[in-house]
Design a protein around this ligand. Structure first.
Ligand code: ATP
Length: 363
């Protein structure tokens, strides 16, 4: 059967293991040889023990684990042609010409480039005597399928990325814990959450925790935000609230592009209102812990669909990412999604927040 390899790249997220597991088991079920590539693109470039055949049992008891058990990395070597040449050789020597990449837009862009370059890489390997004419013909096309693992929900083309729901669970557990102590002492809490350029985590957190104020990157407040914030906090206290909760994204800015940190907000609340104010920075706690049921199911469905998409790929078909559309796992053209995601980043950098939100679409 065909050789298929799966790897995780870029930042880790909860639910990646479920995706790896489903992808491997669907491959075995369909009669393919399935491989893990450890440590992302670095493992592909280094080869050796980093590329190992997987079996049914080797993905057992991982669905409940956070992070990615096969490791992830950022890899400078793969950004160079020399690194990609080594990677191509390592794959061909094992009979692999089907790749499932689980990562962010950078990882997917790298995979797409690798695919475009594949035949010229094979030419070079043949010229160097590293592969045979027969291998070149047999593995003439590299098929790739992507899945997006990210807690930020920052990728265009899918309603949810793998890991976002679990991160929200971590955040609301922490907020619920803080609300009880804030209530007892009549405190104001400022909670910093991840999602540097994407407001999904802070906005949803704000809704489900009944926060009083949310600072999110796509909706930056005017520079007089301190007055508006204080008015709102006073209004809440006057209405009988014993506490205030403020959510701030780690990448929050004002309309002029000036960063707004949790410390800045605390200073305003303390100086103007003399409220007992504390900051909680959740940091990597948001990436940690077991995946939620939603992320496990999402990983399972996407992983299985990714393998199916690879098996159906032809030399003419465009590479796809497996996405969630409503309640369906669907295939969408990879580069369209990557380009839209990059256009959002550009719109954000240009301070064109309306365009950024429009481009991002439904989620
Ligand atoms: P996250 O959103 O979690 O940061 P990401 O996939 O966007 O995930 P990157 O650090 O951008 O993370 O990319 C991960 C790896 O993918 C890089 O270390 C590099 O090996 C590879 N990669 C990224 N962009 C390219 C590119 N343009 N060409 C080749 N390889 C790339």
């Amino acid at each position: 059967g065909k050789g298929l390899a799966v790897f995780t790249s870029g930042g880790d997220s909860q639910g990646m293991n479920a995706a790896v597991r489903a992808c491997v088991r669907m491959a075995i079920y369909l009669g393919c040889k399935a491989y893990f590539i450890r440590e992302g693109y670095q493992g592909m470039v280094d080869g050796g023990d980093n590329i190992v055949e997987a079996n049914w049992a080797s993905v057992s008891s991982i669905i409940h684990r956070g992070g990615t058990v096969i490791g992830s990395a950022r890899c400078m070597d793969f950004k160079q042609r020399a690194g990609r040449l080594k990677a191509a050789n390592n794959l061909i020597q094992r009979g692999i010409s089907n790749l499932v990449v689980i990562g962010g837009d950078g990882s997917l862009t790298g995979a797409n480039l690798f695919r475009q370059e594949w035949s010229s890489l094979l030419d070079e390997l043949l010229k160097n005597g590293q592969i045979t004419e027969e291998q070149k013909t047999k593995y003439a096309v590299l098929h790739i399928v992507g899945m997006v693992g990210s807690i930020d929900n920052d990728f265009c083309g899918t309603d949810m990325t793998i890991g976002t729901d679990s991160a929200l669970h971590r955040i609301i557990e922490a907020i619920d814990a803080i609300v009880s102590t804030a209530y007892s002492h009549q405190r104001t809490f400022i909670m910093e959450v991840m999602g540097r350029h994407c407001g999904y985590l802070p906005v949803v957190t704000g809704i489900v925790s009944e926060a009083d104020y949310v600072f999110c990157p796509e909706s930056p407040p005017p520079s007089d935000w301190p007055d508006k914030l204080c008015d709102k906090l006073i209004q809440e206290r006057n209405a009988g609230q014993r506490l205030n909760i403020i959510i701030v994204a780690e990448g929050a800015i004002d309309r002029d592009g000036k960063p707004i940190s949790a410390e800045d907000i605390k200073k305003v609340v303390v100086d103007k209102l003399q409220q007992d104010t504390r900051i909680t920075v959740l940091g990597h706690v948001q990436r940690g812990g077991n995946p939620s049921a939603f992320d496990r199911v999402l990983g399972c469905r996407m992983g299985a669909e990714a393998t199916l998409a690879l098996m159906e790929a032809t030399s003419e078909s465009v590479p796809v990412v497996v996405s969630l559309d409503g309640n369906q796992a669907v295939r969408v053209p990879l580069m369209e999604c990557v380009e839209r995601t990059q256009a959002v980043a550009k719109a954000m950098a240009d301070k064109n927040w309306e365009l950024a939100v429009k481009l991002r679409g439904r989620s």
